[in-house]
Design a protein around this ligand. Sequence first.
Ligand SMILES: Cc1cc2nc3c(=O)[nH]c(=O)nc-3n(C[C@H](O)[C@H](O)[C@H](O)COP(=O)(O)OP(=O)(O)OC[C@H]3O[C@@H](n4cnc5c(N)ncnc54)[C@H](O)[C@@H]3O)c2cc1C
Length: 469
Amino acid sequence: MRIHWHRRDLRAADNAGLAAATDGGPVVPVFVFDNEVLAHAGPPRVAFMLDALASLREWYRERGSDLVVAHGDPIEELPRLAREYDAKAVTWGEEYSGLASERDAAVRQALDDVGVAREVVTDAVLHRPGEITTNAGDPYSVFTYFGRKWQDREKESPYDAPAETDLADIRGDPLPSISELGFAEPEADVPPAGTQVARDLLEQFCADEIYQYEQRRDYPDDDCTSRLSAHLKFGTIGIREVYERTAAAAEDASGDRLDAVEEFQSQLAWREFYTQVLFANRNVVTQNYKSYENPIQWRTDPEKLQAWKDGETGYPIVDAGMRQLREEAFMHNRVRMIVASFLTKDLLIDWREGYDWFREKLVDHDTANDNGGWQWAASTGTDAQPYFRIFNPMTQGERYDPDAAYITEFVPELHGVDPDLIHEWPDLSLTQRRNAAPEYPDPIVDHSERREQAIEMFEAARGENDSAG
Ligand SMILES: Cc1cc2nc3c(=O)[nH]c(=O)nc-3n(C[C@H](O)[C@H](O)[C@H](O)COP(=O)(O)OP(=O)(O)OC[C@H]3O[C@@H](n4cnc5c(N)ncnc54)[C@H](O)[C@@H]3O)c2cc1C
């Protein structure tokens, strides 16, 4: 008997750890609710995870087996379960954050102590951290070269799901409810989880939208991205399966259509780039990746921070994004960049405040990607946006949501208002604003002033302007 410990791989198909487990007799699939992990989660993610677990359990049950669910510290639970099922080995897929690596080292030790073998495999990424390095063997801190090597490397094929005969004939306990785990129901409409849902999304995307991805991915109203992020985070679909389907889409394509498929694949490479950044620099979760001469003098401004969280800043594209986050536990990538830039460069508030809010609210929150995105926007990360190149939220809205269709979907106060007025909102006179949309807030800051102040703040941090900050 072997145990497979499911963590961020809530699927049976294309699961490297589960496939490895089937080599050693019947497999007991296990999931452990770990309070330390739950302490960092928010309601949308817990809801999505419970749905994914229910779907996985169903898959096992249809094959005469079950998912064993435990609640406690994996350091104690895995040796206990190994004893209970007389398992000789435990398999799992490697994870790369500091918290996960520390926990896994402790579980390894605990299993060693009771004489249970373990096998840890690469599962969540196509190329594990440390596999793609500079010629000197260092982790990359710039995406371009990493991305090229990533594209050129051969990719593993998907693993088969275990056969019914590979699975132990067992019965697990029921799954807890979200409130039993100590969470409120999410305020957002959380999308459904499970492998079939992820496969449908992938199929639909690769049948058509992938070929327009390069031209349309930046337009939030087009909704032409894959929406696979939460599935990739929780592993309801395997990365090899996703890549293989995109490679099949590339086979029939040439010219712009092929470029578009490659652009999509390059987002998968960004995911692995940020994973290796996190793996090599565990402290990026709380510290700037890039060092400045002096500490950046972020401002403390609870009122403006709250207005940002509530989508009440008076900058329409920012407010639409923040309200989409609350309503859907998701936000379009271009808009994530805009709201993150607004928090750090217009409100001059520390990126860590934004990261914490996203961590609580996003269904796809992933430590590596979220941190990478925030530090990029804050000009503190790898490949970061230069501190003096500051997004103008009005121009961004006009360029990427010209008809204000995305904005008005999430900001009903602006329904029926001329898109030109919407994009110029912060520059309109008070009377014009009152006439156009009396319920929608006035801008909470002046972008041009804040832009200057942001540049001063960064120049002071760079030691170029000692009188500022
Ligand atoms: C401030 C900020 C915070 C972010 N937080 C997260 C997060 O917590 N979790 C997360 O998965 N992504 C995050 N991203 C990246 C990106 O916004 C999302 O991956 C994307 O919007 C998810 O939608 P999709 O699945 O339709 O993406 P698609 O465009 O269809 O991309 C396919 C997949 O590639 C990966 N990907 C795409 N863009 C990026 C990127 N820029 N960096 C790393 N991986 C990427 C994701 O796994 C995504 O599902 C963040 C970006 C920013 C600017």
